[in-house]
Design a binder for this molecule. Structure first.
Ligand code: XIL
Length: 324
């Protein structure tokens, strides 16, 4: 679709998450997304605390700008997210009444869903619902929404989003679903259980998003990914890759070996994701190493720069871009 890069091996939409704060300061930033992507999605601007920071304050402009940038350039866009422990504003966390919390959640989703109806291919409605180690806690993550509304906040959020924007794909999104080991086996199986319970309760779920934050010191379980994808497909749920990037805290810092490690990791991951059938899309969490969430949260042990994304900090293409 008019891409400047080599013909992709995998003919599904490729997207990336974009941040409004860099559009004006960096003249290379916006054009890079338009050059490489079929889909451009707001990274943070649609999150609850960003778009609705106070009860009576709505901040739509940054999200509007990004969605408009995508659509006016013939790109797709999608939304993240209504329910996430990491973006619940303080004023919502102060609500202790169940009725009040339900009203706030429903009205929030109605207002945001209404504004972007028809513009987004879908929504990561609920982000990171699983407890980190569901063998020991949970299985749902202990969040404010869980404490005040119970597990029903999940079907409530999904069905409200579907009611307000019936064409949008309704997606549940989570991390650590691609690696080898008992913890990740447990996360995959608990996620399938959650999706089955939702379906048994009559709730529509169209997609499961695998974030795809890949770690340099973990092994991709290709067979498990293939089986996971097959199970989802049998349930009528599509698989999406929603936040792909590479977290390499430990390898030698020279760019060649870091990028070779990233290539192999992404290649293994895509092998597993594509083994059963192609996913609905692959989205990276940013596009250039110049901007990423990873250095702030998980700096490299030797203090050298991370190289998490398919373009370098100078916007040069890495080999793994051509896997996408
Ligand atoms: C991160 C963004 O990248 C940051 O800019 C923001 O400050 C916090 O959120 N998993 C997710 C994403 O689901 O929403 C997170 O995004 C990264 C981890």
């Amino acid at each position: 679709a008019g891409r400047a890069r080599a013909e992709p091996l995998r003919k599904i939409p490729f997207g990336a998450a974009i941040q409004s704060e860099f559009l004006d300061s960096d003249p290379l930033y916006g054009p890079a997304f338009l050059r490489y992507c079929d889909l451009v999605m707001p990274m943070n601007e649609l999150k609850f605390d960003q778009i609705h920071p106070e009860r009576d304050v709505w901040r739509f402009e940054p999200a509007d700008r990004l969605v408009e940038l995508a659509l006016s350039n013939g790109k797709l866009s999608r939304g993240t997210c209504h329910v996430w422990w990491g973006s619940t504003p303080a004023w919502v966390e102060a609500i202790t009444s169940e009725r009040e919390a339900e009203r706030v959640l429903v009205e929030h989703i109605e207002r945001v869903g209404d504004r972007y109806r028809g513009k987004l291919t879908g929504w990561d409605v609920v982000n990171e619902p699983l407890a980190y180690d569901p063998r020991e806690e949970g299985p749902l993550r202990d969040t404010h929404w869980l404490r005040v509304l119970g597990p029903r906040h999940i079907p409530l959020a999904l069905s409200t989003t579907a009611r307000v924007d019936p064409q949008a794909r309704i997606v549940v999104n989570d991390y650590d679903l691609e690696f080898e080991g008992p913890l990740y086996d447990a996360r995959r199986s608990v996620m399938i259980d959650l999706l089955r319970q939702l379906q048994d309760g009559g709730v529509r779920v169209d997609g499961l998003g695998i974030q795809g934050h890949l770690y340099g010191d973990r092994t991709i379980d290709k067979d498990a990914l293939e089986a996971f994808h097959r199970t989802l497909d049998e349930m009528g749920i599509e698989l999406l890759v929603t936040e792909l990037d590479v977290i390499n805290r430990e390898s030698p810092p020279d760019p060649e070996s870091m990028d070779a490690l990233a290539y192999d990791l992404v290649d293994d991951f895509l092998d597993g994701v594509f083994a059963h059938k192609p996913p609905a899309m692959v989205v990276t969490w940013g596009l250039t190493d110049r901007y990423s969430w990873i250095p702030d949260v998980m700096p490299r042990y030797d203090g050298t720069p991370h190289r998490p994304l398919p373009l370098t900090a100078d916007y040069a293409e890495k080999n793994w871009l051509h896997l996408l």
